[in-house]
Design a protein around this ligand. Structure first.
Ligand code: OGA
Ligand code: MN
Length: 294
């Protein structure tokens, strides 16, 4: 098998690649790992088709790219969880595999994924890569869209670039869910105290700058809240213009890997009475963004 990475979307030739010629259920050789790393640094999103994985296989493959996060960002914890802590449960299912009711709290919390975001930006050390495995998909809908945040930075006008270059943002799941009118308990509020991140960051592998936006941002240091939120809306609108985005149409057993440092993504709606079982492993970044090179 020869490892091949080819552009997957002619309209976004430097953003989304399709990776073939590896078996993620088997141990990888160092050259394979570095080829995948190089593909990630070039494209930011890689698609692997037709890769049925067990949870353990997904975890083992993901670990080649760094230490994994625990799914502490999931609302559902402890006994009520369906999946091991190394997997974020991106499904509409309860512990027994039943489709959650429309007003189910975990389902409503999960709707936060419909807002453009970067995974775990609300953790002090946020996510490096996410690996999302499509175990069961609905017959229609449920695409995942990606936005290229390097292109978002590059296409900002100079004045805006210098105005925002050194800004520091506050991220929390409270902010992203507040936008949807989700009701929090006091315990939730304690769990998700905001963390500080850079608004503009430098990609470790390529040195490129990117806009580090996420629906989890609620404040910008030094700006009054309404001004911060108006600016965040403008920047998000700029970043998610069609020409800088890609819609992934899922097939069962797709595995999609994205670099959260240089992308945002969002889920698209699907019929609520259909099953959608997606499982995510998440590779942690090296440090909080403020401790990384500017
Ligand atoms: C995620 C996520 C989007 C989707 O897995 O982090 O936001 O389409 N998923 O399920
Ligand atoms: Mn996500």
């Amino acid at each position: 098998m020869k490892l091949v990475i080819a552009p997957a979307n002619p309209a976004a030739p430097n953003f989304v690649g399709e990776l073939s010629g590896i078996d993620p259920t088997k141990p990888l050789a160092p050259q394979q790992i570095s080829a995948i790393e190089a593909g990630m640094a070039r494209f930011a999103v890689l698609i692997l088709r037709n890769q049925p994985l067990t949870d353990d296989q997904q975890i083992a493959f993901s670990r080649y790219f760094g230490p994994l996060e625990d799914a502490t960002g999931d609302l559902v914890q402890g006994e009520a969880r369906r999946l091991p802590m190394a997997l974020n449960d991106i499904s509409n299912l309860d512990r027994d595999g039943r489709i959650r009711a429309r007003d189910d709290r975990a389902r409503l919390f999960g709707l936060g994924n419909r807002l453009w975001h970067s995974d775990s930006s609300f953790k002090p050390t946020p996510a490096r890569f996410s690996l999302l495995s499509a175990r069961t998909i609905p017959a229609t809908g449920g695409n995942t869209e990606f936005a290229d945040m390097r292109a978002a930075w590059d296409t900002l006008d100079r004045a805006t670039q210098s105005e925002i270059r050194d800004l520091v943002t506050h991220h929390s799941q409270l902010y992203s869910r507040e936008v949807l009118g989700f009701a929090f308990t006091d315990a939730d509020r304690e769990r998700w105290a905001p963390v500080r991140q850079r608004l503009v960051r430098r990609h470790a592998e390529t040195g490129r700058l990117s806009l580090y936006l996420s629906a989890h941002i609620g404040e910008i240091e030094g700006l009054p809240t309404p001004e911060a939120r108006a600016l965040l809306r403008d920047l998000t609108e700029h970043a998610t213009q069609r020409e800088r985005t890609h819609a992934h149409v899922w097939q069962q057993n797709d595995l999609v890997i994205w670099d959260n440092r240089i992308t945002m993504h969002r889920a698209r709606p699907f019929p609520g009475d259909e099953m959608r079982d997606m499982r995510r492993t998440t590779v942690a970044d090296e440090a909080p963004t403020l401790q990384q090179a500017a």
